[in-house]
Design a protein around this ligand. Structure first.
Ligand code: GAP
Length: 479
């Protein structure tokens, strides 16, 4: 079995080889921290997005979804604080000219210490970093980097600049004539599209507090540290939900959503010990409480989702800047107020990576007679790109025709894949590699008694079942 870093590299290679994720514009040598989803990656991503969407909207009567534009009026970002505050402390290496986010640089050193068995030192380093970040003590952070002899990965030197803040938003021009054009931003989070539509949705949907608005969509950040595959991208997708509550009740709703979101994560079939909560030491400029749900990736425990108690910060700011009232009349207590907000914000790409990391399995199937192995993606059937592979044993004797009938019966209900080339063993392996939970084989006996062989991906067990039961059986597993 590969070591963790090797395992991460093996997952990245697997994603490319089997059509999940490609480097963007690869033929031009790629664009750093930007990725394209291939034929199976896009299916997996869509299935995760749909699963999240259903669990938020369909399963909660008081949550509705929207789809706001990526471009927003530039004042949105002034009001939200992103123009002034959405920046990270950065440091440059004078020799390589490479720029690093200070927290990432120190975290990488802590990872190194932990890998070397120095967990206590790693924890102390992170605790000190948190303290200095909270205090915005940049001199202290630089000293911490120097004292720990943290070096640039490119130049290998510790020749650092002072620490400075850099804004992470991308900007572009709206309008064709430069004099008339105004600077607008690519949204760095989807949440603001929800805030500016708060009253539209509340009024037209006659929503009563507490209620939520959910949205999925692209977000853009000019990330300085551009590595770790789809974990940290410059163009990525978020799945966010803002839950509007009565002021004073935010603490209990924060706890409620922490629990609810953890349940969702566990419903992906990932064991509890692979997750942990991490409370934020330094709160974002809009939050009064915040934590992350972290998953134990092959590169260590890292954030997948943030849960933030955002107070009435955003709505109050939009009220101030737009001069439009953002208030809600609560008939139960006969009061007008600006609602408080609990936000759940999960990265779709990180969830894809989490599901793939959990699913990726190298199995040694060697016997005394022969060496054998397989790579199988044990993706939960409800998320798998393809649910059923339909495989006639041979390309003749009427077997393809029966297989086509089965395809016609199933393909309107779930994603199926038909293949008649190569040995059955090779076809099974290809389906294992993309995580197809069920393969059925049509053979001579099918013509005699109408049964097929069903092969289960994870156990490789094979059973004989009537062809008429296939659809129902698969459907049972994918809800
Ligand atoms: N609206 C709140 C917000 O955007 P965040 O913690 O900055 O909060 C939420 O982002 C989630 O978005 C993160 O937990 C992560 O999963 C995902 N995310 C953030 N930056 C990302 C990036 N550069 N690449 C991929 N995913 C990212």
């Amino acid at each position: 079995m590969a070591t963790d870093n090797n395992r991460f590299q093996a997952i990245i290679s697997h994603c490319k080889e089997y059509g999940f994720i490609f480097q963007s514009s690869e033929i031009y040598d790629g664009l750093s921290a930007v990725y394209d989803y291939g034929q199976w990656g896009s299916e997996l991503k869509k299935n995760i997005r749909d699963y999240w969407w259903k669990s938020m909207t369909q399963m909660h009567e008081n949550i509705v979804g929207i789809d706001a534009a990526i471009f927003m009026h530039p004042t949105t970002w002034k009001a939200s604080g992103h123009v002034d505050n959405f920046s990270d402390p950065m440091i440059d290496n004078k020799d390589s000219k490479k720029r690093y986010r200070v927290d990432h640089l120190i975290e990488a050193k802590a990872d190194e210490l932990e890998l070397a068995g120095k967990k206590a030192e790693a924890d102390a380093l992170l605790a000190e970093m948190d303290k200095l970040l909270v205090a915005n003590d940049y001199d202290g952070l630089k000293k911490l980097i120097e004292d720990n002899k943290i070096k640039c990965a490119v130049s290998g030197t510790g020749n650092w600049t002072e620490i400075r803040q850099f804004n992470l938003m991308f900007s572009t021009q709206l309008g064709s004539v430069s004099e008339e054009a105004s600077e607008i931003y690519l949204r760095p989070e989807t949440a603001q599209g929800i805030f500016v539509n708060f009253l539209n949705v509340q009024k037209t949907g006659r929503m009563k507090i507490p209620f939520g608005i959910a949205q999925t969509g692209k977000a853009f950040r000019n990330e300085i540290v551009a590595r770790q595959f789809v974990f940290r991208m410059r163009e990525f997708e978020q799945m966010e939900m803002q839950f509007f509550v009565r002021p004073g009740t935010q603490k209990e709703w924060y706890e409620y959503w922490k629990e609810e979101r953890m349940k969702w994560h566990l419903s992906l079939g990932i064991p509890k010990e692979k997750y942990r909560f991490h409370d934020h030491a330094k709160l974002a400029f809009y939050a009064d409480a915040a934590c992350d749900i972290e998953y134990n990736f092959p590169i260590g425990f890292k954030e997948v989702e943030g849960i933030h108690s955002r107070t009435d910060y955003d709505l109050s700011k939009h009220q101030e800047y737009s001069k439009k009232k953002m208030q809600y009349f609560d008939s139960e207590i006969n009061q007008n107020y600006i609602p408080y907000v609990i936000e759940t914000s999960i990265g779709l790409d990180r969830t894809v990576l989490m599901v793939l990391s959990e699913a990726y399995t190298e199995e040694d199937l060697s016997t005394a007679e022969k060496q054998d192995s397989r790579v199988v993606l044990k993706i939960p059937p409800k998320l798998a790109p393809i649910k059923l592979a339909v495989l006639p044993l041979v390309k003749k004797d009427g077997l393809p025709e029966i297989a086509r009938e089965i395809m016609d019966d199933c393909k309107a209900h779930f994603r199926c894949f038909y293949e008649e080339k190569d040995t059955i063993g090779k076809r099974y392996r290809r389906m294992d590699a993309i995580g197809t939970p069920f393969c059925i084989t049509i053979d001579k006996q099918t013509k005699e008694d109408g049964t097929v062989t069903i092969r289960y991906r994870d156990t490789m067990q094979q059973d004989r079942i009537p062809a008429t039961q296939i659809r129902e059986l698969v459907q049972k597993y994918i809800v």
